[in-house]
Design a protein around this ligand. Structure first.
Ligand SMILES: *Cc1c(COP(=O)(O)O)cnc(C)c1O
Length: 386
């Protein structure tokens, strides 16, 4: 299916809403029934028709069709946040005494779920260095139910070989889940490598304007229905229609935003790579990235987010550099129109700062939609203070 068709036409039936070009926000909690037979059918399968917007909603359905098609998946759910997509997918698929193998250092709220919530229900997680398939083979037990991946992850951008892991998992009846927020389905299609469930924080590139929080989960009709029936409906985790409408709007420009960010990211990285105050850059498509071959095999692009290592001697120097930047905002999240910076030192007690530890001198950078030259000028004047 062509991407232009998915983003501009798929799921949109304009005759149903006065031939309006923009889809309507069906802001209703409740839907009316005209017969007992319809009511009975709806109760038997809450995914089959509109009953109540904690379940499915027509505005959200337009978005589900587009997001499933973008991922090459049969179906999609859109949730209240990326964290909620992670939680619903995992919780719907495990029972007491099951085991999970997760890539080490996954997204914060994934490891908090694995370490703090799931053990209360007898579900335990083993973390592995995901760069080697052997580590998964060793960690898997008879009761392993899920392999949880994030490729690339943030800060170090470590990758996992999706095809090899999916093949291993399938041979053992284990379900694979990947957090694909970094790439979006435009730059990596996990289902094409055999991964069962792909999720993203739609807060990032899909929304793209830093004005809504949401998550996407895609997979087979069977798995998506199981997660809907056994988890999302019960926790009330699905996205409300207005937020879905914002994501529909974001989707229209997704390819051009990613194109633009890809080009500016390369220009900014080329500048920083040669800068005397920068030790090194960590980015999956850099020539010196240790897993560059795998990145080229399974990702068709990389953009926006990368890590810089500053040549800094003190915590105070990094703070000065950070707040000398005029156009890079200091904030969490990423994927919006605005460029961002998040130094590791920012979350540390100055007493603990040690310049011989490379991680302490790292900063995560996100390139937004501003002109590359505008950003380079800003970085140049701020690096002067180091
Ligand atoms: C932001 C993020 C999430 C969580 O998404 P929210 O929409 O903030 O809940 C999950 N994974 C990754 C990689 C993220 O960057």
């Amino acid at each position: 299916m062509e991407i232009s068709y998915i983003l501009n036409e798929l799921g949109e039936d304009r005759e149903l809403y006065f031939n309006a070009v923009a889809p309507p926000i069906i802001q209703t909690s409740n839907f009316v029934f005209n017969s007992f037979a319809d009511l009975r059918g709806a109760f038997a399968d809450e995914m089959s028709t509109y009953i109540y917007s904690r379940g499915i909603n027509p505005t959200v359905d337009i978005l589900r069709k587009k997001l499933a098609a973008l991922d090459g998946a049969e179906d999609a759910l859109v949730l209240n946040s990326g964290a909620s997509a992670i939680f619903c997918a995992v919780l719907a698929l495990v029972k007491s005494s099951d085991h999970i193998v997760s890539v080490e250092k996954p997204y914060t709220w994934a490891w908090k779920m694995f370490d703090n919530i799931l053990p209360r229900f007898g579900v335990n997680t083993t973390y592995v260095d995901g760069t080697r398939i052997e580590n998964f083979e060793v960690a898997i037990r008879p009761e392993t139910r899920i392999i949880y991946l994030e490729s690339p992850n943030t800060l170090m951008y470590d990758l996992q070989d999706l095809e090899a892991i999916a093949t291993l998992a399938k041979s053992l009846g284990i379900i694979t889940i990947i957090d694909n927020s970094y790439c979006t389905p435009l730059y990596q299609k996990p289902h094409s490598f055999g991964i069962d469930l792909s999720l993203q924080s739609a807060t990032k590139y899909i929304g793209g304007h830093s004005d809504t929080v949401a998550g996407v989960l895609t997979g087979s009709k069977k798995l998506i229905k199981q997660i809907f029936d056994e988890q999302a409906l019960n926790t009330g985790s699905l996205i409300p229609p207005f937020n879905a409408w914002l994501l529909l709007r974001g989707l229209r420009t997704l390819p051009m935003r990613l194109d633009r960010i890809t080009r500016s990211t390369m220009v900014v990285i080329d500048y920083l790579k040669l800068h005397p105050k920068i030790d090194r850059i960590i980015f999956p498509f850099s020539d010196d990235f240790p897993q560059l071959t795998l990145a080229r095999k399974q990702m068709t692009g990389a953009c926006g987010l990368f890590t810089i290592v500053l040549k800094a001697e003190s915590h105070a120097q990094i703070e000065k550099f950070t707040f000398t930047l005029k156009h890079f905002l200091v904030a969490v999240s990423w994927g919006g129109h605005e460029s961002l910076i998040l130094p590791q030192a920012g979350g540390m007690d100055p007493k603990d700062f040690d310049p011989t530890i490379e991680r302490h001198r790292m900063a995560r950078v996100f390139i937004g939609l501003e002109d590359a030259d505008y950003l380079i000028k800003d970085l140049g004047q701020a690096l002067e203070v180091l």
